[in-house]
Ligand binder design. Structure first.
Ligand code: AVI
Length: 303
């Protein structure tokens, strides 16, 4: 983490890796974000998945194994667990062993017959799957448009890794946030209650705590920017003054107005996404969306 932070802050545009947003406090704040009135992705995707569940179930067929990448508390998963017939197993993959350990008994209570095999690991490099029936069809689940937080190289790595792991008759249910007006996007990433601002600034709290840095938390403000050229929302932390910060014995100078770029959240055009999917050996078999075309859930098969 220290190396990543030092490297990110050494560039001309200072950056910090967005995965560092998710310590325990950051994960709680993200949960709060998903319930905000301005943050349309979670409720929209939930509605799309609920409406699509019968069709997904028909296309997937009986006896599949569901593999979720970055499972967290497996909330949206329940829509699929309810709809898919005679599931042969559920494999939640997450970096947080704690989260997996907490979620498993809750799921097992509600799905007593379901074999649940949690795997601790980073979904970017899909870890080996546990011992599951090699004849069962494998269906990946990657909701939330988390794919939009990855850069091109990581998207390619993820898609290729999932293709290999899910096998030739594998399927992937992918949540994808769609391109739309900044009038909707900006408030979704800069809400009136300031929860997203706290989520962003918590990154500095974490670096102070874990790396002994001396960021003055009141000297940075949250900013959400729409980057049209790269079709993405960006989160930045803007320095409110000329100041310097020390981390791991190294000094970093900030000019007033200079930013640390902390997250990209790409918004996709499905025709453009098709080319990316094809490069990763996947193609769209079904596309589900909401009436406002805010978000989409894709069922991908092997190209
Ligand atoms: C987790 N990820 C899909 C969220 C997003 O919308 O990109 C993270 C987030 N950042 C700010 N608000 C939510």
């Amino acid at each position: 983490m220290l190396d990543d932070v030092l490297e990110g802050l050494a560039g001309r545009q200072k950056t910090l890796p967005s995965r560092l947003l998710y310590d325990a406090r950051g994960s709680d704040l993200f949960e709060d974000i998903t319930a905000l009135p301005e943050y349309y992705p979670t409720r929209t995707e939930t509605a799309i998945l609920t409406a699509a569940a019968p069709d997904l179930s028909r296309r997937i067929g009986e006896g599949a194994v569901l593999v979720e990448y970055g499972a967290g508390a497996s909330v949206k998963t329940r829509i699929l667990l309810d709809a898919l017939e005679a599931l042969a197993g559920y494999v939640p993959i997450d970096v947080s062993e704690d989260m997996l350990a907490k979620t498993k008994p809750l799921l097992q209570q509600d799905y007593p017959e379901l074999p649940i095999h949690p795997v601790v690991g980073n979904f970017l490099v899909p870890p080996p799957l546990p011992d599951i029936d090699p004849r069962a069809r494998r269906v990946g689940f990657f909701p939330g448009s988390t794919i939009g937080n990855l850069d091109d190289a990581d998207i390619e790595t993820f898609l290729a890794g999932a293709a290999e792991e899910l096998g030739p008759d594998g399927l992937l249910v992918l949540g994808v946030d769609l391109k739309k007006s900044p009038d909707i996007l900006i408030p979704a990433y800069d809400d009136a209650q300031g929860v997203t601002a706290d989520f962003n600034r918590n990154l500095l709290v974490r670096i102070n705590r874990e790396l002994g840095a001396d960021f003055d938390l009141d000297a940075f403000r949250h900013e959400a920017r729409w980057n049209e050229a790269d079709s993405r929302m960006e989160m930045h932390l803007v320095s409110l003054a000329d100041q310097s910060v020390t981390i791991g014995g190294k000094r970093f100078d900030f000019a007033a107005g200079e930013t640390i770029h902390t997250e990209n959240s790409r918004k996709f055009d499905l025709d453009e996404l098709d080319a990316v999917l094809a490069a990763g050996a996947w193609s769209r078999e079904a596309t589900y969306t909401d009436p406002g075309q805010l978000f989409s859930v894709l069922l991908l098969g092997r190209a």
